[in-house]
Design a protein around this ligand. Structure first.
Ligand code: NAD
Length: 259
């Protein structure tokens, strides 16, 4: 009988991870490779991505790609299929945050966040799904956020974008289920990455207390990129065959509590 460890293996799977140069994306790339997948890390930071891939070994490659560009994303999918013979997994992780009062958020700032966080997921899914279908299906995991589920001060653009990521997840899941592609999302709480550090000044200004104190009160401690990668690798694997259009909250209990 197959064990859970067997079902979690990703041997032979061919994966794309966007935003893979650092933070959560890098941890996802590392874990997918450790479970047996071949991984293409893609990022606007082409150099960061290349050093990450070099560190992770021969089964991990990299390419520069801006998820806002249809041409870049098409090249990314083609390069992955060329390098590995197909595409089975897509992790839509690339994302940016802005923390600003609602009325001070400029139109251009809103547009940038929506372009990267929403259009990026849309384009990568649109281009990768046909490649997955060509070889029998696969799995897509979108990195959403607890800001997909609840509001918070300063997060108008970000929360709107991440709510849209959940809706893209659900629609793609239903449309692609028949083609053998499972689409799901992970909603991380606050996770210790560069994005977390960028939140420090605006959140501390608004809350009047340190970000670490806010996080300690709300979710016990910051999450680690590896804890998010574990959830992604589970959803990407054969251990989750009936999990479709779902979101998996990994937030230390933040969204479970009223206070
Ligand atoms: N860190 C958190 O607390 C947290 C919480 C919830 C959700 N998330 C989400 O997790 C994902 C990863 O965040 P992180 O904390 O690792 O952030 P990060 O800033 O450390 O890494 C994001 C990566 O995405 C890349 N990127 C940005 N714009 C891109 C573009 N247009 N095309 C391709 N790559 C691009 C960056 O170069 C960077 O390598 C994001 O979608 C973020 O919204 C993070």
């Amino acid at each position: 009988m197959a064990t859970l460890d067997d079902a979690l293996r990703l041997d032979g799977r061919r994966a794309i991870v966007t935003g893979g140069a650092r933070g959560i994306g890098l941890a996802i790339g590392r874990l997918l490779a450790a479970r047996g997948a071949r991984v293409m890390l893609a990022d606007v930071d082409a150099d960061g991505c290349a050093s990450a891939a070099a560190e992770l070994g021969p089964d991990v490659r990299s390419t520069g790609a801006d998820v806002r560009s249809s041409d870049d994303v098409a090249r990314l999918v083609a390069a992955t299929a060329d390098a590995f013979g197909g595409v089975d997994l897509l992790v839509n992780n690339a994302g940016v945050e802005i923390a600003k009062p609602f009325v001070e958020t400029e139109e251009e700032e809103l547009a940038r966040v929506l372009d990267i966080n929403v259009k990026g997921v849309f384009l990568a899914t649109k281009h990768a799904a046909p490649a997955m279908i060509a070889t029998g299906g696969g799995a897509i995991v979108n990195i959403a956020s607890i800001a997909s589920l609840n509001g918070a001060p300063l997060l108008a653009a970000y929360a709107a974008s991440k709510a849209a990521v959940l809706q893209l997840t659900r629609v793609a899941a239903i449309e692609l289920r028949g083609a053998g592609i499972r689409v799901n999302a992970v909603c991380p709480g606050l996770v210790q990455t560069a994005m977390y550090d960028d939140l420090r000044a605006p959140i501390e200004g608004a809350a009047g207390m340190s970000l670490d104190a806010v996080v300690a009160a709300k979710q016990g401690r910051p999450g680690t990129p590896e804890e998010i990668a574990d959830a992604v690798a589970f959803l990407a694997s054969d251990a989750a065959p009936f999990t479709v259009g779902a979101h998996y909250v990994v937030d230390g209990g933040l969204t479970a509590s009223l206070f």
